[in-house]
Design a protein around this ligand. Structure first.
Ligand SMILES: [Zn+2]
Length: 135
């Protein structure tokens, strides 16, 4: 039974109820709350109130189930992380390879340029000699 917050009419039966387990209190106790939706027959106001509150019994089975759930989550997280790490390792290896290739290409280009500069220098020297001979 509940009381309409608007007009104060007593509403005997909720139209819907459900229960939920609240967060543990400071003492570690958990309460199972039963909530109900009521519709006031006088003013048609819909409202929600707690219709029941009971201490959740902590059972060994409940604790084991909870631990199992946590464990399952952890295993999954570890699996996901491992997969991610492997993927990143692959990516890293690929990038390192690419960097090596770029380095090699860069060195090759530098070598080619060096050779070109050297041959140009030789050409310049040859031209200078030729001009010297003409004087
Ligand atoms: Zn009412």
């Amino acid at each position: 039974m509940s009381v309409c917050p608007r007009c104060g009419t007593e509403v005997t039966k909720p139209t819907k109820t459900w229960s939920m387990v609240g967060r543990p209190s400071k003492t570690g106790e958990r309460f199972k709350l039963t909530l109900g939706i009521f519709v006031c027959p006088e003013c048609e106001r819909r409202f929600r109130t707690v219709v029941g509150k009971e201490k959740e019994r902590i059972t060994l089975k409940g604790i084991v189930e909870e631990i199992k759930g946590v464990e399952k989550g952890l295993v999954q997280t570890l699996g996901d992380l491992r997969e991610k790490v492997e993927k990143l390792k692959d990516e890293r290896a690929e990038l390192l390879e690419e960097i090596e290739e770029l380095k090699r290409a860069g060195e090759e280009k530098a070598n080619t340029l060096e050779e070109e500069v050297a041959s140009l220098r030789e050409e310049v020297e040859a031209l200078k000699e030729m001009l010297g001979d003409l004087e």
